[in-house]
Ligand binder design. Structure first.
Ligand SMILES: [Zn+2]
Ligand SMILES: [Zn+2]
Length: 252
């Protein structure tokens, strides 16, 4: 019998940078900290094109027991190679970090973890992304992943593990790659989030998502279960509308 899990959604958190409190300034040791504390999508052009940054490093940090799926990372690498102009290449590194010891993570806690542990920043013509694999649920327990700063995203490892890789479930690789690519899609400026829309395909009631339910950037609502979708379909990919937006903003 097909496992039916409702209400698991891919969400994006778009920050509005409205305060200047010390708490909101990450990476105090980094003189360019503000460069990594912009809204989601603000660095889409730098990510997609090569004029400012010719290469990309993706730093993935995880809690023990939640190491990234190797095949999912390969898929992410292919996804990036197919969408970005980075003649200097894309490098993915992984590193374990201490257990934050929190059963659920708030957005501010996710930001604090990154602030405390992120080690890679833009250097010369190399751009840098950060992805956290947590061992916790998000404060909205149905969340599989979030994009929360211009160069930062997080996967909710516990929720992903609970819903993939077991008997009758979709594969770990498939779910993890989908969430990874979806969140990176937001960092690339989708939908209408830094990569201007070339056609009307924004599902406005669901935020910065695509109106095409076959698209990677579709918002899987509480009644449209992403796990059900993935179990019926090969994998979701970007549709023509999203691809055109990336191309117009300097991508492939
Ligand atoms: Zn989303
Ligand atoms: Zn789309």
């Amino acid at each position: 019998m097909k496992r039916f899990v409702t209400a698991v959604t891919l969400v994006i958190v778009v920050l509005t940078m409205s305060t200047c409190s010390k708490k909101d300034i990450p990476f105090a040791h980094n003189k360019d900290a503000a460069a990594y504390n912009k809204p989601v999508g603000a660095s889409a052009k730098d990510l997609l094109g090569s004029s400012a940054f010719a290469s990309l490093s993706v730093e993935i940090q995880y809690v023990a027991g939640y190491a990234p799926d190797a095949a999912a990372l390969e898929q992410l690498k292919t996804f990036l190679a197919n969408r970005l102009h980075k003649p200097g290449g894309v490098t993915i590194t992984t590193q374990v970090i201490p257990d934050p010891g929190a059963p659920t993570l708030s957005l501010s806690r996710v930001r604090e973890i990154e602030n405390a542990h992120r080690t890679l920043f833009n250097k010369g013509n190399r751009f840098s992304l950060y992805i956290l694999y947590s061992n916790s649920d998000y404060s909205d327990a149905n969340t599989l992943g979030i994009a929360y700063r211009n160069t930062s995203a997080a996967l909710m490892g516990k929720k992903i593990h609970e819903n993939s890789g077991g008997f009758g479930q979709i594969s770990r690789t498939k779910l993890e790659a989908t969430v990874l690519e979806h969140e990176v899609g937001h960092l690339l400026g989708l939908v209408d989030l830094g990569s201007p829309m070339q056609s009307a395909h924004k599902d406005a009631p669901h935020g910065n998502h695509c109106s095409n339910e076959q698209c990677l950037m579709y918002y899987a609502s509480e009644t449209t279960d992403v796990l059900g979708f993935l179990s019926r379909n090969e994998a979701s990919e970007l549709d023509a509308g999203c691809l055109a937006d990336l191309k117009a903003n300097g991508g492939r």
